[in-house]
Design a binder for this molecule. Structure first.
Ligand code: PEP
Length: 250
């Protein structure tokens, strides 16, 4: 399976900025290595611009940062799978820690989103990860278990590695400049692998596990070389096309 380099632009970039950054990225990566795939998770208003900037280049996809698990209806401020696809999205992020913390999204709700997105033909990256307090209290495994068990409970048993990936993002490493060390990444990814293999006996070993948390050009290669690391999810460093291109080519 290709390594997935995922960019989370969060609440950054106007349409013009998104289009320019995406276009700059593909210029800086004229030949995407065979073992790489890129997905940019842009804000809703910049999705179509990001798609335009990527110009249909193979291996580069656009995704939403969230969706609501219903076809349509009275859900003010929310966005549907059909709307994301209408903008040219093939992917969606669910369960980012900022949404879990700021918008109080539960693991069960994140699971509903994952199921709904998959049913509607979107590829899902489901984020999990512990806070510093949880880690310090020895709750790493319990937190990952709760987030994965509830998040994946109703996901079809035959989901493929192309359709579903998990991003391990320790909350204490997001946007802090504090990257998790190799031992911490190995431990968490091995735990996630074990839980995936239990949940999906056939393809659990094939599903991609991405690491996220202060990834930058200087540390990507080392992180991608670790066992059970099948990609990275990048926030801050993905906003700049030059930095993102270096990460993609690491
Ligand atoms: C993220 O928000 O998904 C993230 C990993 O952010 P950063 O790379 O800035 O830590």
């Amino acid at each position: 399976m290709k390594k997935l380099i995922a960019a989370n632009w969060k609440m950054h970039k106007t349409q013009a900025e998104a289009q320019a950054t995406a276009a700059d990225l593909i210029t800086r990566v004229p030949n995407l290595p065979d073992d790489r795939e890129v997905a940019i998770f842009a804000p809703y208003t910049a999705l179509a611009a990001c798609v335009a900037g990527l110009g249909g280049r193979e291996g580069f996809a656009t995704g939403g940062q969230n969706l609501y698990p219903a076809e349509q209806g009275a859900f003010t401020g929310e966005i549907s799978a059909a709307m994301l696809k209408d903008c040219g999205c093939s992917h969606v992020l669910v369960g980012h820690s900022e949404r879990r913390a700021l918008l109080r999204e539960s693991s069960a709700f994140v699971g509903e989103k994952a199921v709904f997105a998959l049913k509607n033909g979107l590829k899902v990256v489901l984020c999990v990860g512990e806070t510093l307090e949880e880690r310090e209290n020895g709750k790493l495994e319990a937190v990952l278990r709760e987030q994965l068990e509830k998040g994946l409970q109703d996901v079809p048993n035959n989901v493929t590695a192309d359709e579903l990936g998990i991003a391990y993002e320790p909350v204490w490493a997001i946007g802090t400049g504090k990257v998790a060390g190799p031992a911490e990444i190995l431990e968490a990814h091995a735990l996630i692998r074990k839980l995936l293999a239990l949940r999906f006996p056939i393809q659990g070993n094939a599903l991609r596990i991405l690491y996220g948390g202060s990834v930058k050009p200087e540390n990507t290669k080392q992180i991608l070389a670790l066992d059970n690391v099948d990609g990275v999810l990048v926030g801050g460093a993905s906003l700049d096309a030059e930095m993102l291109s270096k990460i993609v080519l690491s």
